[in-house]
Design a binder for this molecule. Structure first.
Ligand code: HGY
Ligand code: MN
Ligand code: MN
Length: 412
């Protein structure tokens, strides 16, 4: 089948979607359920309906845009990703999978292809952990990885609950209705930028993901005693930020020393109280992100965090409390879907690299209820989660073409 992706239409959509943001361009900030996100959702709904798709959303705002196949009873072939973006992000993370998926469907419809299995574009709610502290809330609920009760306990930085926020965004209904039955999807494919440097360095235009890393995130509260930066002598101090500094470096050292390149650890948030130049920090809150494709190696780093916390607390006479937010298993992508993607690449005479994903994605959780695979395109220098995140138009169109061919092969 010779398909023609409308690259201009796709790129124009990406530009329009990036305009729904609370940051100055080229940065994009689009936190779940904020006005920018709601405008983006409304625009996406219109674009999907213009494409002839039937759009519905569930109680947590996951949005399904469906092209009905000739056999309504057949399991669905799905594709999609997320449109929420962390503060000061770029315009491609998640968006390439959503708008590339939409363009793949539009291209197939215009080519005269008619699917037997319905094809569905899925836009997941809250893939990023920014607002509620844990990522992939929409896909966790869809896959049953997170219970509705656990979701109802989530609050944002203002103390608003997920229920309050979703109701304000006019997403009603019970969270109990969100879970999809196993077998709902015949296959699910997520197109995404690599968010790493390998494809660019090796000058390979596509990556087929075989495994998605296991993410864990924790909050650490360190409490010492504050006081006057001039009056309190060094031997008398219980400086919470100095304790945090030891902990941060120990986490980094444990990840670097794991014996594998796939172990990564990041302390992305460090809140210091009271935050005055002449006042000794009495309280520090850290947010820690630890990942690996291997569960045991990842858990070694988590245990190192625990043991170092105990040692630093004793040495510095501070209290250190750790709260585990999530510790998920890695996901293996499905051989049949990997084969379908590989087949499409070969038919199009396109080279690809089999690789793991160190970023987590909604596919990590959809893999609990469906065969999944991911298709990566390069992003310049591997940059992501920053305003200079960039994917070349030809790479975006190429990934969309392979996705379209694979969706047709799976849904035909
Ligand atoms: O953090 C991640 O891996 C994803 O981009 N939320
Ligand atoms: Mn992201
Ligand atoms: Mn993403």
């Amino acid at each position: 089948m010779s398909l023609n992706i409308d690259q201009d239409r796709l790129l124009s959509d990406i530009e329009t979607l990036s305009s729904f943001s609370e940051a100055d361009p080229p940065a994009v900030t689009r936190i779940v359920f904020t006005p920018a996100d709601l405008k983006a959702r409304a625009w996406m709904k219109t674009r999907c309906e213009e494409a002839g798709l039937t759009v519905r959303h569930d109680a947590v705002g996951n949005t399904f845009a469906r092209w009905n196949g000739s056999d309504p009873a057949a399991p669905v072939v799905g594709t999609g990703s997320h449109i929420d973006a962390i503060p000061n992000a770029g315009k491609y993370d998640g968006v390439v999978g959503v708008l590339g998926g939409l363009e793949a469907i539009r291209t197939l419809r215009q080519s005269g292809f008619r699917p037997e299995h319905s094809i569905e574009l899925l836009i997941f709610t809250s893939e990023e952990p920014t607002r509620f502290g844990i990522g992939c809330i929409g896909s966790r609920l869809l896959s049953g990885t997170m219970s509705p009760d656990a979701a109802r306990k989530l609050t944002d930085n203002d103390g608003a609950t997920l229920d309050e926020v979703r109701h304000r965004a006019c997403f009603g209904g019970e969270l109990e209705q969100v879970k999809l039955p196993t077998g709902y999807y015949k296959a699910f494919i997520e197109l995404h930028i690599e968010q790493g440097p390998l494809l660019g360095r090796q000058k390979i235009p596509l990556g087929i993901v075989t495994k998605i890393a296991a993410p864990a995130s924790l909050r650490v509260l360190i409490e010492g005693s504050g006081g006057h930066a001039g009056g309190v002598l060094m031997p008398d101090r219980r400086d919470a930020l100095c304790a945090a500094a030891e902990l941060i470096l120990a986490i980094e050292s444990a990840a670097r020393g794991s014996g594998a390149i796939d172990t990564v650890a990041t302390v992305g948030i460090c809140d210091v109280f009271p935050g005055a130049v002449n006042s000794i920090p009495s309280r520090v809150r850290l947010s820690v992100d630890i990942r690996d494709t291997d569960l045991q190696r990842r858990d070694v780093v988590m245990r190192a965090l625990e043991s170092t916390s105990a040692a630093v607390a004793a040495k510095r006479q501070v209290s250190i409390q750790t709260e585990l937010l999530n510790a998920d298993a890695p996901a293996d992508c499905a051989p049949a879907i990997i084969d379908a993607l590989s087949q499409s690449c070969r038919q199009l005479n396109l080279n690809f690299l089999s690789m793991v994903s160190r970023a987590y994605h909604d596919s990590l959780f959809i893999a609990r209820i469906s065969p999944v695979a991911m298709l990566f395109i390069p992003c310049r220098n591997g940059y992501s989660h920053r305003p200079d995140e960039y994917a070349h138009p030809d790479d975006i169109a190429r990934g969309t073409l392979v996705l379209a061919e694979t969706l047709a092969a799976l849904a035909g």
